[in-house]
Design a protein around this ligand. Structure first.
Ligand SMILES: Nc1nc2c(ncn2[C@@H]2O[C@H](COP(=O)(O)OP(=O)(O)OP(=O)(O)O)[C@@H](O)[C@H]2O)c(=O)[nH]1
Ligand SMILES: [Mg+2]
Length: 455
């Protein structure tokens, strides 16, 4: 049972038109009444009132007060929201007045944590609240908004219901063993298990796209000097963030930005052109490029079609060997000097090849299509499908799937019902971890520590 009342500025730090101070807890209304005078109007739930904001008996600002009575509020507790002018000083003065009237300052994510504790949000929906605030791309927003609305939670509880129904049926069979009934039951159990396994497999599969959107893919642009890496980088990013010249060895530092390409979130690095060099600064750049390429999950290898290939191009092919990579044959607006043999080699070594002109933009959309395909984005509807998007959810789904498959194996190989049920119960327990209200304090702390104060 939570007994204290918390408060924080819920709007972003800094100067703005309006700021909002949220108060939540059993004394929220009492605290609000001490700092807000309504000019005689009655405070009622969900009614927004205009009035004066008071600190130490003095009016310091005017604004609005909205009261949400428990349990019909974000946190499930009594909540009062005071909006004042959005100046930095005035906002902290209003907060100070609230704090000296009986509330204590909220910790990061504490409002949402209370919403979770009070059963207003499942854990995956609470995670989604954080993801909405952190969203930097359209797909990140669509995905987190769908999770926040409970699309994933509903799917999880649907699978859970199916598991529970199956368990209760099979326990009935254990208690009343009857040969004929058992046969029919086992056939039905097989159907139910097939469905559970296939639903869990779909969820597990959705992680490829979910992670690519939510977490993003570390991607490095690689190629020999002057192949057009920075030109391509700027084209994908949509502005000239990386210096482009016709001098070999222009880029030295690693340039890194988050971009959305083909709906996938890429943490995209531009790097120095790979070559042997005596220039001390460029040498460091080349070393950094190699280590970025090494740690990248996806490499975009740029080849210059307007020059004859050399040993450096072969080195790029080797660097990408065994990794997720896209070959970009650049400068397709120029006369082709790259040999047909080498182009053939590129097409043999890379599953994905795009002919582009980074300069004119021609073919760049093909790279977006490739990325989208590589990370299964076409296989999901981000706004309406249940998609898992973080390692915690993935690990639980994976273990639940293992349990469900084990139960199916046991059933097929004629094991007794209690052995089948044992595995299915394990699967159920794992699945419940995703939205459970009983996960360890450590996990809850980890989730809410990423939130900002005021949310
Ligand atoms: N015609 C044509 N020129 C291009 C294209 N892409 C890049 N260039 C030119 O090629 C030269 C080198 O481009 P950059 O993007 O700086 O090449 P880079 O690979 O980043 O080079 P380093 O940073 O030195 O490794 C510049 O003069 C660009 O304008 C293209 O698609 N077509
Ligand atoms: Mg460059």
């Amino acid at each position: 049972m939570i007994e204290d009342t918390i408060a924080a500025v819920s709007t972003a730090k800094g100067k703005g038109g309006v700021a909002m101070i949220r108060i939540s807890g059993p004394d929220a209304l009492e605290v609000a009444k001490k700092v807000f005078r309504t000019h005689g109007a009655e405070i009622a739930p969900r009614k927004c009132l205009y009035g004066d904001i008071i600190r130490e008996n003095e009016i310091i600002d005017d604004g609005t007060l909205t009261y949400f009575a428990a349990p019909h509020s974000y946190t499930g507790e009594d909540v009062c929201e005071i909006c004042c002018h959005g100046g930095i000083y005035v906002t902290s003065a209003v907060l100070e007045a609230v704090l000296s009237s009986g509330a204590r300052i909220a910790e990061a994510g504490e409002f949402t944590r209370r919403a979770y504790i009070n059963g207003k949000l499942t854990l995956s929906r609470a995670e989604a609240v954080g993801a909405i605030i952190d969203a930097r791309t359209d797909n990140q927003l669509k995905l987190s908004s769908s999770q926040e609305r409970g699309v994933l939670s509903s799917k999880l509880s649907e699978i859970r219901e199916n598991m529970l129904a199956m368990l209760s049926r099979s326990y009935a069979t254990i208690d009343y063993p009857d040969e004929d009934i058992a046969e029919v039951e086992r056939e039905e159990m097989r159907h139910s298990l097939d469905k559970i396994v296939s639903e869990l497999e779909n969820l597990k599969k959705s992680y490829r796209a979910g992670r690519a959107i939510a977490e993003g893919i570390k991607t490095s642009v690689a190629g020999k000097p002057n192949s057009g890496k920075s030109t391509l980088y700027n084209r994908i990013f949509g502005s000239d963030v990386s210096i482009v010249t016709d001098i070999e060895g222009t880029t030295r530092d690693v340039i890194e930005h988050t971009v959305s390409l083909g709906g996938v979130t890429l943490s995209l690095s531009d790097t120095a052109g790979i070559r042997e060099t005596t220039d001390a600064v460029e040498k460091i750049g080349v070393e950094r490029a190699k280590s970025k390429i090494n740690e990248a999950e996806l490499i975009i290898c740029v080849f210059d079609a307007s020059t004859k290939e050399n040993a450096l191009d072969s080195e790029i092919i080797d660097l990408a060997n065994g990794k997720s990579a896209i070959a970009v044959i650049n400068k397709c607006d120029c006369e082709k000097k790259i040999s047909p043999e080498f182009e053939k080699k590129i097409r043999e070594k890379f599953k994905y090849v795009a002919s582009v002109s980074a300069k004119t933009g021609e073919g760049v959309s093909i790279i977006a299509e490739i990325v989208s395909k590589m990370y299964d984005l076409s296989e999901i509807n981000i706004s309406s499908d249940a998609v898992i998007s973080n390692a915690r959810q993935h690990s639980s789904v994976k273990l639940a799937l293992d349990g469900a498959k084990e139960a199916r194996e046991a059933l097929i190989s004629g094991e007794s019902n209690d052995i089948v049920c044992y595995s299915l119960e394990r699967a159920l327990a794992e699945l419940e971890m995703i939205d459970s209200r009983n996960v360890s304090e450590e996990i809850v702390n980890e989730i809410f520590s990423h939130f900002c104060v005021g949310k």
